[in-house]
Every structure is written in C-alpha cells, then in structure tokens.
Design a protein around this ligand. Sequence first.
Ligand SMILES: C[S@@+](CC[C@H](N)C(=O)[O-])C[C@H]1O[C@@H](n2cnc3c(N)ncnc32)[C@H](O)[C@@H]1O
Length: 427
Amino acid sequence: MTGNGDLFNASPNRSAAEIDRINRDFYGRFNYPWLPMMLPMLMDPTFLPRFIAQELGDFSGRRVPPDAQIWVAGCGTNQAVLTALRFPGAQVLGTDVSTRSLQVARDTADQLGLANLTLEEASLNDPLHHERFDHVICTGVIHHNADPERPLDMLARALKPDGVMELMVYNFYHRQHTTAYQKAIRLLSGGQQGLLETELAMTRDLIADGRLPGSMAGFLAAQRDLPEPAVADSLLQPVEYSYTVQSLAAMCQRVGLQLLQPCLNQFDKLSGRFNWDPPLPEGQTREAFDKLDDLARWQVANLLMQEASPMLWFYVQRQGSRPSRAEINAAFMAQCFRHAATPVRSFVLGVDQRYTESGHSGQWPVPALPADPVARAVHAACDGVTPMRVILDRLAMDQPELDRSPAGITRLRQVLTTPAFPYLVAA
Ligand SMILES: C[S@@+](CC[C@H](N)C(=O)[O-])C[C@H]1O[C@@H](n2cnc3c(N)ncnc32)[C@H](O)[C@@H]1O
C-alpha cells in the first residue's frame, strides 16, 4: 500500500480508470503547464545527455546516449516538446491521458517543425512498453493516480535494464497547506468531483478575502498573481498522494527500482532549495551525518529540513550497483574539465499564441558564466588539463569561502557540471 495514504484527496474506492477519467477532465479544463514565452532548441545532441551522465557520476558521459529512446510519461502540454528540443538526436515519445494537453503539445510541435517527437493518448495504468527506453521522464504524474505504485511499475518495466528514469513525486512536507486546502474545498463544494467551477469561484473569493488566520493566509496570498492553471494544479487537484524520502524509496523498491541521485530541477534551482546537506553542528552530529549512506542522509535531510527540503525529484534505475556520493565526488575531484556551450535556436511566443523562430543566434547555458562567485573562479581556472583537485588546492589560498567538505564538493559539482548548471564538461 502507498505511504501517507491519508493525504489522498479522492475516494479511496475509485478505480484506476475512474481516476484517469477525473484527470482527463481536470487537465482538459486547466492546461498544465501553460505555454512558456521562449523555447530553446539545443543544437548539440550530445550536450544534455553528457550533463545527465555527469549528474549521475559518469564523467565519461555515456549513461544516456545522444540517440536515446526517451519516454515522457504524463507529458502535459509541453514537457515532451521541451524534451525533443533538448535532445535533438533522440526519439521522444510523449503520452498523457489528457486529449486537450496532447493537442496543445501537437500544435506547438507543428509550429516548431519537430521531427523527433511522437505523441500518443494512453494511461500509465495500462501496460504499454517492455524494456524499450534508455531514459524515462515522469514528473508530477504518478501521485495523481488511484494507486501510484501501479504506474510506477509500468514505468519500471518500460525502462531498459541500464536505463535511467527522472522521477518526481510530491514531498509530503511541501504539501501540508495544499492538501488541507484541497480537502476543505472538496467539503465546501459538496464532496463531488465535477464541481471545479464552483471550487474555482470559492477559491477566488477566499484568496481575495484574505482573512484566514495563521499560515494559510500567506499560502493563499501567494496564489493571488499565479496563472489559473497553477492555482488549480495546487488548490483544486482532485487526486494526490505525497511522499517522504523513506516512503518513496520503499515504493521504488517494491517495483524493482532504486534511487540513484537527486535531480537538480528548475523549481529547486529557482528557489535555491537544492541542498540535501542540512546545516549541522560541527563535531559528532556532522560526523555521524557524513558517515550515513546516501539514502539515510537524504532521509535525515527530509526529516530535519521539512518544508525547506528539496523536492522529491530523483534519478532512479532498476536495482543494481550504484555509485555513492563519496565515489562521485572522488571522480569529480580527479577529473579535468573544459568549458561547455552549445548553440541554440530560439522560438518565441507571439501575441497570437504561436511560436516563431526569433532569428537571433544564441548560446546555452544562460547566463554564460556561473553566478556563484566561487563557482565562477573554479570555472575560470578549468583548462581541460588540470584536475579539479589541483585547481581547488590552488584556489583555497585566496578563496576562503571555498568549502571542501563533502557537502561543499557536492554543491560545486551541482552548480558547475549538471543539466541545471551546464558549465563544465569532462575533458
Ligand atoms: C501536473 S501535470 C505534469 C505534466 C508534466 N509531467 C510536467 O511536469 O510538466 C500531470 C499530468 O499527468 C497526466 N496524467 C495523470 N495520470 C496519468 C496517467 N495515468 N497516464 C498518463 N498521464 C497521466 C495528467 O493528464 C497531466 O497532464
């Protein structure tokens, strides 16, 4: 049975097919996510696969091939399109239960002339694929299902034995207000599905009124200027589970998967909340924490940092050997790096809600240099022939903020060598 079942917001007796229909109606009414203003197409097909491999500790860059078969499962309106743009050498399949979301994705793909994307209407609750994909991306999807373990099992079966999945489920500690609000609004609207317009109208009134006491007031006020699909996605979601590191790892294990490494995502990057190393007193507490294995450390971080812990956004793989963070950090320190960049073509959303190519040639990453001053100094020192350990030894003299603890090295790795911060690639 799925952990934290008391956070489930629909009748526990509904079948997978009924919940699929509820999701189809919900995402037919609210387009999620909404259209981004700009869509960049990376011109180098090896660029992103190499950074994914690096985030997983494979500095040879081979873990996800540039011509990968990729499945974006529960792709919504644009995630499959974004993936096809980011992996121009791959074949991308996007599936969803929402006819409307797929139509939006299809329109966008047509405007961009994407040739490496296929879109299909299908539910993750039905068996679809067997060991077909090098890479599966499924973020924010399975927790909206009748029993999330079932779609996760389908995803595990679809992954090649050495494939990598990017998986995100809600973090229990991030969902206290959302779940409470969803339950309250469901009671206020009579507990029926299909009353979304009533729930939306009441939600607008509650947000505008602003007199609720306590932390709910600030939570609702923060929704005020968000687009309607974002408000609906967090406040009116008909079906949702949430997890802790422990319950997610246990669910993964039941379907033959294991957590590989945290995946630094755009939301945690934006909020700066991507650190799985809580501030701890030096001495016995810090030493005890550093001795734990990766999973236990993430659990402690999740428990101690609560709402300030990162999202539960992880790379997972079928069970087997996995490098530990200590091994990845050691490989990072031994590695020589060079500066990375790829040309991009940019498509811009016009007032007619259609994309056209901007005509300006650009480069990725943006910004071109790391914002963090220590990371910028390390980046400047990388010449393709000097190992990271030597560079950090040299910089330690005049960079007192340089932190060479396991947490400090991990952070440097994150802000220099991952898809979210693609500045350095192994030489
Ligand atoms: C919150 S949206 C996330 C969209 C996308 N993954 C992203 O991160 O932008 C959830 C999506 O999952 C889809 N979904 C939910 N259950 C599904 C299922 N069983 N099979 C396929 N798609 C599903 C919904 O229709 C919706 O488009």
